[in-house]
Design a protein around this ligand. Structure first.
Ligand code: FAD
Length: 338
């Protein structure tokens, strides 16, 4: 028999988006759980770029570990697990199920992200020649030889965009036929991008562990410091579907300015939503969602209608924060005073 745990807020996904949402809801006084399978895109970072205040050598795993410790110190629960099913029942609350555990919550934050579609081997190590984030990593390739892999519009455009950083860009179709449009083809041919159609047959690494280059089936060898596979994104959207949240044509989830989906009480943040796929963006979305959830759940002030129906608020009714979170806040303050 599975155990049921009750919360005001259940966050599914413990990347930067979900952890930030949980940080806000917890610090704003709402019992919150984060359920996270582990892995995810942030965990793939060899180094962290573009996050002001976080130095480059911090890995994704270290970054997430610090964030988990922070939210737990404020009193959030963090559970390692995979949520398989979610539904809103007649009691108006959300029921989530995963493994041996059930969770019931008033609000749900979906922060499940997506998975980059991987090309076949041979491939260099992630972050040492294999890169999935142009806005994070293009800076590392100023004046370096780079590749882009793929056959679609995105691959062709990223190859041309990289010309803003270096004059040595190859587009590798790996034996597959190009699928980009005629217009893109015209653009591409008018830019100094080499299109290589041969499949890759081997790979060499430098002494520092970074990619040195690829060998091709025609026996040629081309030097690269790194590059970007562009084969699309698989959105982790099973729960989005189960909770009847609308999606955009590109697979992202439709959200309003507060990151609430088209299903009341269900929020979506981070890589699941439209916009730039970046940690600061994901964190901003988590913050917006967390604050909006607080606006909806906080007890006070009571409206005039509520006061007329329920009477005045007595000193015994405040504060509204739960005993657990109250205790966590006291402990946190005591540690700070040490
Ligand atoms: C290799 C790489 C390097 C990058 N480098 C940078 C960088 O330097 N700077 C930067 O700003 N951005 C970088 N990015 C982008 C950044 O990682 C993402 O934009 C960010 O992680 C998005 O956060 P998220 O919380 O939405 O998703 P994720 O970080 O992907 O986290 C989603 C989490 O949800 C979990 N999950 C999914 N489904 C379930 C479920 N049903 N139940 C429980 N858990 C579930 C996953 O396991 C995962 O832990 C990089 C991306 C990659 C791939």
């Amino acid at each position: 028999m599975s155990e049921t745990h009750e919360y005001e807020v259940a966050v599914v996904g413990g990347g930067p988006a979900g952890l930030t949402a949980a940080l806000y809801t917890t610090r704003l006084g709402h019992d919150t759980v984060v359920v996270n399978r582990g892995g995810g895109r942030a965990a793939m970072m060899a180094d962290t770029h573009n996050v002001i205040g976080v130095t480059e050598e911090v890995s994704g795993v270290e970054f997430l570990q610090t964030a988990r410790e922070q939210i737990q110190e404020y009193g959030a629960d963090y559970v390692r697990g995979y949520i398989e099913d979610a539904e809103r029942r007649d009691d108006g609350r959300f029921h989530l199920h995963g493994g041996e555990r059930d969770f019931v919550a008033d609000r749900v934050v979906l922060a499940t992200g997506f998975t980059d579609v991987q090309p076949g081997p041979p491939l260099p190590p992630t972050g040492r020649g294999l890169h999935y984030c142009l806005h994070c990593d293009a800076y590392m390739f100023v004046d370096q030889p780079v590749y882009v892999m793929g056959t679609g519009e995105a691959a062709a455009h990223v190859a041309m965009i990289l010309l803003n950083f270096t004059d040595d860009v190859d587009l590798l179709t790996r034996g597959d036929d190009p699928e980009w449009s005629e217009e893109t083809d015209r653009q591409l041919r008018a830019h100094p991008v080499d299109i290589v159609h041969e499949e890759i047959s081997g790979m060499e690494k430098d002494d520092d562990g970074w990619l040195a280059g690829f060998e091709f089936e025609d026996g040629s060898f081309r030097e690269y410091r790194g590059g970007f596979p562009m084969y699309g994104s698989d959105y982790n959207a099973e729960l989005v579907e189960q909770l009847d949240c609308e999606r955009n044509d590109d697979g992202t989830v439709v959200v309003d300015d507060a990151f609430e989906t088209t299903t009341d009480g269900v929020y979506a943040v981070g890589d699941l939503t439209p916009g730039h796929k970046q940690i600061p963006v994901a964190m901003g979305e988590g913050a917006n969602a967390g604050i909006d959830i607080h606006y909806g759940l906080r007890e006070f002030p009571k409206s005039v209608e509520e006061l007329e129906a329920e009477g005045e608020v007595s000193a015994e009714q405040v504060p509204s924060v739960s005993d657990d979170l109250r205790e966590a806040a006291h402990e946190f303050r005591a540690e700070g005073d040490d």
